[in-house]
Design a binder for this molecule. Structure first.
Ligand code: SF4
Ligand code: SF4
Length: 299
């Protein structure tokens, strides 16, 4: 016991001050990919390499519409590698020394959004005959949602000023997201400092934190859990799977994202989202942080 006390005093306060102070990220930590749409000469290699279809394009009448959906992205980095390889090839063909990769993995994880459309970037290009981009016509970062959706405003009003109880629901996850949710309770992240705690019953909950693609076997359980949670309630969809079905998509066993089954108020991208990303999403749902301007925008 004395040794434990001695160690506690030696370590001091271990709890990080996020969101007050930005966390120290490991060099290897990978956040979302960022796109320099102006410099992107061809979206096809990245789209073909993307395992979840987060990058997609459609060509019509000499114009290409490219979409990037952070709600499907698993932060794997395949788009960066494919784009780098294509940039090297293009510079070799054009005998140019320029090898700038327009797709780069960042360390940005503050991606939570109250509007699913905010997670989708778009860019429109005219095309060369060989299919490469000729000119960027337009690029958007999706409608901005400075406030959480109107639908949850009443809920927020009632929830603020007292503690928040969360019921976590695993609707079919691989348990990666759960590992990060568990970390919210450790001394480093200590979510209880915000008066937020996890409860065992949806009847005691204000918020449902739902992970995983919704498997067909869990659909009824999820509907019942949502119905058993008293109003006003807030639903947060966690991870690429919770938002869109992620790497599993929609298939014979999976219904896709949580909003295919119950209404969702906030989406937290990642695979899995790190604890700070979850905290950011939860605080965004409560109106205690604002969606950072430009956090989802192109470079
Ligand atoms: S990082 Fe995201 S967008 Fe890029 S290839 Fe992986 S899943 Fe697709
Ligand atoms: S988002 Fe990633 S970590 Fe979370 S359940 Fe899906 S595959 Fe697992």
């Amino acid at each position: 016991m004395f040794k434990i006390l001695q160690k506690t005093f030696k370590v001091g306060v271990a709890t990080a001050d996020y969101p007050g102070i930005a966390p120290q990220l490991a060099e290897q930590f990978r956040g979302c990919p960022e796109f320099d749409f102006d410099a992107w000469s061809d979206a096809r290699p990245a789209a073909e390499a993307c395992p979840t279809g987060a990058i997609a394009f459609r060509d019509r009448d000499g114009v290409r519409l490219v979409t990037v959906d952070y709600g499907r992205c698993i932060f794997c980095g395949e788009c960066e590698a494919a784009s780098a390889a294509s940039a090297v090839q293009a510079s070799a063909v054009q005998a140019s020394a320029t090898q700038i990769n327009p797709v780069r993995m960042s360390q940005n994880f503050e991606l939570a959004a109250a509007d699913r459309r905010d997670l989708v970037l778009t860019a429109e290009y005219t095309l060369h005959p060989d299919g490469r981009h000729a000119e960027l016509k337009s690029a958007t970062s999706g409608p901005s949602a400075e406030e959480p959706g109107k639908r949850i405003e009443a809920a927020i009003h009632n929830l603020l000023g007292r503690s928040l109880s969360i019921r976590q629901v695993d609707a079919g996850s691989c348990n990666g997201c759960e590992q990060e949710i568990v970390a919210l309770n450790n001394p480093v992240h200590d979510i209880e400092r915000f008066g937020i705690h996890f409860v065992a019953s949806p009847r005691h909950a204000d918020m449902l934190l739902v992970t995983g693609p919704v498997t067909r076997n869990m659909e009824l359980a999820l509907r019942k859990t949502w119905a058993a949670t008293p109003d006003p309630k807030v639903v947060v969809a966690v991870g690429a799977c919770g938002i869109s079905g992620g790497i599993f998509g929609t298939n014979y066993a999976s219904l896709g994202g949580v909003d295919a089954v119950i209404p969702v108020d906030v989406y937290v991208p990642g695979c899995p989202p790190r604890p700070e990303a979850l905290l950011y999403g939860i605080l965004l749902a409560l109106g205690q942080v604002r969606q950072r301007p430009g956090s989802l925008s192109r470079r």
